[in-house]
Design a binder for this molecule. Structure first.
Ligand code: NAD
Length: 541
């Protein structure tokens, strides 16, 4: 085993490539996109060393061209889930005992594979399957995922290094054991990096995993698995199943060896899962770790002292990048009356200049939303806003699903600060603005704090330091990630650990050691060198 205290390479954030015209990275991703667009992939279940094709399949389509089938994936039945659990537990015997530097090397290698030979393909898969433009694909599927892998290796060593005091008579040690059982990872469609990180972070700490990806992220899942395989993740450590989320989850939660869940997705799904874990609690060998990052209703509040161009850019980037399908996307904004005419004018001009269409055309800032269910939901809120007296659509408001699920970037202005789109997570390119009286700064902060059940991200724009101080204090519990003079999206691993509280999740901060701590169960070992041989203490004399 360990014959040295090895240092891991210092984690550095992966630089974001520019993809400017004529750059080599642009040519590479365009070539990958073209070949993958016509490849017709066939994605099996990955259980132990087997790739299982059940024959019960669903199409993988591109949201921006939903009639174009880019492949199929196979759906699991209950027996496959049971098999995945059995394989995970079998693999645990070797994996949980593997020296940490071997695990570290695997995931550091995965990071470098993505940074180099797999970069164009993982970006192209994310562009095709999740309709990200190249910049959004690059910052997610490449850079954020690379950062997760590199930083988590560093955080793992920090955790292992955290040891109790000893003295000359006893040596105390903390051993960071993986959880006794297996971890269940359920991942959302909107970040390739999150999809890979939820199973990988638990596996890095020595756990075995059953992973259920989103039905809308299967294309990039396949590339993640190719990377993990080439990097050396042993068969059975991360088992992947697709299909009926309820059946899969119920089967997993019924296992006595279920030891933890690493979830990212919507709030109601997480709450239901939590309730089921509670109902099953008497069956488990150990108390399961429950980690979930969920929805948001993220805000921007501008103080009268704010710089208009900065506020508008916070809104355009914060609300509309990746069509607003980020848990951190700005979806409600509070603008003072004195700034509103200028904000409205520039916002209108900027949004009108945004082009919408396929991510294959690099001139498009906006592409499609993820699927028909999301499209229909967004369209219904837009239609309702067109009817409601207390709401007015001032920008956008059109939609068309004939080719792809396209929703125009839409700005609603409301006179009612509790209007439904100020409170409800829509998860699309729609932001609602409430214009407040300049004198009501503190009352408006109160409104921001009390308007939704969520507390994920939020931003204050101000040039007045007192105003920043008041907002930072009053909004202390309104966001797990709070931004001053910046948009509320774009958290970087190792820089802004990410997660929210209230209905937004357990706030276990992905991209930090706090998250990895949830995947270990420390054992304290006390060793006494000269052991007493008589029960009598001196005071008895
Ligand atoms: P979703 O809740 O629809 O799906 C997430 C995962 O849960 C998918 O794998 C899905 O198949 C599965 N699932 C769905 N119903 C289930 C059920 N009844 N039982 C078990 N599993 C079930 O979410 P989505 O549309 O993929 O992603 C968007 C949501 O994720 C938004 O609410 C967003 O805010 C949230 N999100 C949060 C963060 C964060 O860090 N807080 C990050 C990304 C996304």
């Amino acid at each position: 085993m360990l014959k040295g205290f090895f240092h891991v390479p210092k984690a550095v954030n992966e630089p974001v490539k520019g993809y400017a015209p004529n750059s080599p990275e642009r040519a590479a991703v365009q070539a990958a996109y073209t070949s993958m667009w016509n490849a017709k992939i066939d994605v099996p279940l990955y259980i132990g060393s087997e790739e299982i094709k059940t024959g019960n399949t669903r199409n993988i389509t591109a949201p921006h061209d939903h009639k174009h089938v880019v492949g199929i994936y196979h759906l699991a039945e209950k027996q496959h889930i049971e098999k995945a659990i059995a394989n995970a537990l079998e693999s645990r015997k070797a994996w949980a005992n593997m020296a940490w530097e071997q695990r570290a090397a695997i995931f550091l290698k995965a990071a470098e594979l993505i940074a180099g030979p797999y970069r164009a393909r993982i970006n192209a898969a994310t562009m095709i399957g999740q309709s990200k433009n190249i910049h959004q694909a690059e910052i997610d599927a490449s850079c954020e995922l690379i950062d997760f892998l590199r930083y988590n290796v560093e955080f793992m060593t920090q955790i292992y290094n955290d040891q109790p005091k000893s003295d000359s008579t006893v040596w105390n040690r903390l051993e960071y054991r993986p959880l006794e059982g297996f971890v269940y990872a359920i991942t959302p469609f909107n970040f390739t990096a999150i999809a890979a990180n939820l199973p990988a972070s638990a596996a890095m700490m020595g756990n075995v995993v059953v992973w259920k990806p989103s039905d809308s992220q299967v294309f990039s899942t396949k590339i993640i698995l190719e990377v993990f395989k080439e990097a050396g993740v042993p068969d059975g450590v991360i088992n992947v199943v697709f299909g009926d989320a309820l059946m899969i989850t119920d089967t997993v939660l019924a296992s006595r060896d279920f030891a933890g869940i690493h979830f990212t997705g919507s709030t109601h799904v997480f709450k239901d899962i939590w309730a089921k874990i509670g109902a099953n609690i008497h069956n488990y060998k150990t108390y399961p770790r429950i980690v979930g990052e969920t929805g948001g209703k993220d805000f921007i509040i501008a103080h009268p002292s704010a710089n208009v161009k900065q506020v508008v850019t916070g809104i355009t980037r914060g609300a509309f990048e990746f069509q607003g399908q980020k848990c951190s996307a700005a979806s409600r904004a509070y603008i003072p009356q004195s700034l509103w005419p200028a904000v409205k004018e520039q916002l209108t001009a900027d949004v009108k200049s945004m082009k919408m269409g396929s991510p294959e055309d690099f001139g498009n800032f906006i592409t499609a939303v993820i699927h028909e269910g999301s499209f229909d939901k967004l369209a219904s809120y837009i239609d309702q806003a067109k009817k409601d007296a207390d709401a007015e659509i001032i920008i956008g408001g059109n939609y068309d699903k004939s080719v792809g699920y396209f929703i125009e970037p839409t700005v609603i202005v409301t006179t009612n600060p509790k209007y439904t789109t100020m409170e409800t997570e829509l998860f699309g390119p729609v932001i609602t603005i409430y214009v407040y009286e300049d004198a009501k700064w503190e009352e408006t902060l109160e409104l921001v704090d009390t308007t939704s059940e969520y507390a994920l991200t939020g931003a204050v724009f101000s040039q007045d330091r007192y105003a920043i101080e008041v907002a930072t204090t009053k909004l202390q519990n309104a966001a797990g990630n709070f931004y001053i003079n910046d948009k509320p999206t774009g958290a970087v691993v190792g820089m802004q650990p990410f997660g929210g509280a209230r209905a937004s999740g357990t706030n276990d901060k992905a991209g930090s050691a706090l998250n990895l701590l949830r995947w270990v169960s420390p054992r304290t070992i006390k060793e006494t060198f000269v052991t007493p041989e008589d029960y009598r203490y001196p005071f008895l004399g």
